[in-house]
Design a protein around this ligand. Sequence first.
Ligand code: SF4
Length: 274
Amino acid sequence: MEAEKTTPIGRVHSIESFGLVDGPGVRFVVFVQGCQMRCKFCHNPDTWDMNSTRDYTEYTPQQMFDKAYRCKPYWGKKGGITVSGGEPLLQIDFVTEFFKIAKKKGIHTTIDTAGNPFTMEEPFYSKFVELMKYTDLVMLDIKHTDPAGHKSLTGKDNANILEMARWLSDHGKEMWIRRVLVPGITDDKEELKQLRQFIDSLKTVSRVEILPYHTLGMFKWENLKIKYPLEDVPTPTAEQVKEAEEILGIVKEDSDKQAKLDPEHEKRLLKGCN
Ligand code: SF4
């Protein structure tokens, strides 16, 4: 007899009803709890602990979808739902069920992942293949291409992350590749050239983005009483960002830039959505 399937419960750290930077168009963004990496620049260290009872709210996939769906009028043709984190792949059963419901309604789905849980081993691999059936876009952060550099920056190896990128390419899954640019740590020209070479070897990358390092999450480290490791590291200058963009072959087009709405207009739009 087949075992009865239980509904996966999502541990959700927070929600953004009107995300403009987490995928195409306007997005309902779900930030899930839990991450096994320890990036030195992380601006969400409060998402790390999967079991921290004070930091998350539980949702079934249907509850999460019902909440998101109220925002549908604002998604237009390009927008939809993004699951970010923390690390979405740590709650793969929940995300798969959530996306299954969304795809039945024809909604665009994106995960924003750093890829750390990826493995070709079971039971994860089959679950990942299933999730990809309902995922339109993967936004993959490649923190560092060099294994030692990656380990020093995040505490984890990167072989499985690069393997995941190759898997997505081989299976025709659209990807955006993102890089957080930290001066002196992830802006080395040779390493950026290596990243460019790696991206060029992939067939399904439709966009590459530089995310300039910022210190807005520093107060969270203080609240958690964890020493912030990049205290003396400055944010990158516009020239440093431009140089990195040039190495990665990023071309900025006007149509690419997503217009920011003024806060009052945004509030009016969001009335009735949450
Ligand atoms: S992968 Fe993301 S959530 Fe996890 S530590 Fe790095 S920046 Fe933070």
